[in-house]
Design a protein around this ligand. Structure first.
Ligand code: PHE
Length: 338
């Protein structure tokens, strides 16, 4: 038995596998059911028990050796097969295009707006979407009976906690943390308890801006926003400010731009007024500064807030707000190259 083992080991070692066909030949000769090794395993059953340990060990080692040689050969010859297939590929053919995804249009508009304000020295700031009454309402001078504090308008989580209804809450957080001069731009998602339609949704996105320093005036507010509109929509767009009301600004205004579609002549998008409302703004109410421990005798500031969906709808002439949230790739793909 020992001699047979030595001779088969020798044969395995000397078998040269030089071509693909020989791999199978080798496997058949040594490792198949009818192969030489199996034959030895059959004989092994008949040897005396006291030799089993020694012979069994040798036999197993030879089988291992044979298997390793086969694995190695398979690796070499399968690889070279691939190589020959590769030779058939025409690398000069144009590649198939793959759709790699795009930035969401709202994200693109948001980034564009942020970039414009960054040029003016505004820094980026974020705040939480789940807010307490203080930051969303009280510190912003909302009276106790203001309709925004109503369940019909706001998603309350508990009596004191709600999903923020505007990014103005981030102003408060920043004013509490940082002393003037403050110049910041604060984008984020906001929530309102509204019926979903082509023009309204239960959540949307806003960008808030504040500028607080000594001697900041309404003229600074107007000039900043005028510059912003020209950068975003081009030089031939006009702006106008209409008096308005927000609890946290005094005086307050809404800013309109001349209609982008009809250039102010009147069309159904601007409801034949020639103007489109794009943001709310005003001088920060002294009560709001005081609530965040900023001295209103020394400092003044302006704030503004705008809806990103509204601006994106005007820019891309999108008529239904819901298309921004349906994740329909046919819609999203249109913004691929922007
Ligand atoms: N927070 C206001 C809104 O949601 C917008 C606004 C921000 C108005 C800052 C004035 C100043 O409508």
């Amino acid at each position: 038995m020992n001699e047979r083992l030595e001779s088969i080991k020798d044969k395995i070692e000397r078998f040269e596998i030089k071509a693909k066909e020989q791999v199978d030949q080798y496997r058949l000769q040594f490792l198949s059911k009818k192969g030489e090794l199996n034959d030895l395993f059959e004989q092994f059953k008949t040897i005396p028990n006291d030799q089993k340990k020694d012979i069994g060990l040798k036999l197993n080692n030879i089988k291992k050796l044979a298997q390793e040689k086969l694995d190695e050969a398979l690796l070499i010859f399968t690889e070279s097969t691939n190589k020959s297939i590769n030779n058939l590929v025409d690398f000069t053919l144009p590649a198939e295009t793959t759709f790699s995804g795009t930035r969401h249009p709202l994200n693109q508009v948001e980034n564009e707006i942020i970039t414009i304000f960054k040029k003016l020295g505004f820094v980026y700031h974020e705040g939480p979407e789940i807010e307490d009454d203080w930051h969303n309402f009280s510190a912003l001078n909302f009276p106790k009976n203001h309709p925004a504090r109503d369940m019909q308008d706001t998603f309350f989580i508990s009596e004191d906690i709600a999903l923020r209804t505007h990014t103005s809450s981030v102003q408060v957080r920043l004013m509490e943390k940082q002393k003037p001069p403050i110049r910041a731009i604060m984008p984020g998602r906001v929530y309102r308890n509204e019926a979903v339609s082509a023009r309204a949704n239960c959540f949307f996105h806003q960008i808030e801006g504040i500028f607080i320093d000594e001697n900041v005036s309404f003229a600074d507010l107007k000039q900043t926003l005028y510059y912003f509109v020209q950068e975003l929509f081009g030089n031939d767009v006009n702006v106008r400010f209409r008096p308005s009301y927000f609890p946290f600004t005094e005086p307050s205004a809404e800013m309109d731009i001349s209609c982008l579609l009809c250039k102010g002549k009147g069309c159904n998008v601007c409801k034949y007024t020639g103007w489109l409302e794009i943001l709310g703004c005003g001088m920060i109410d002294p009560n709001v500064l005081k609530a965040s421990n900023i001295d209103p005798e020394k400092y003044s500031g302006f704030a503004f807030g705008m809806g990103i969906e509204r601006i994106a709808m005007l820019k891309f002439e999108v008529k239904d707000l819901r298309t921004y949230f349906n994740n329909d790739t046919r819609f999203l793909k249109q913004f691929e190259s922007i």
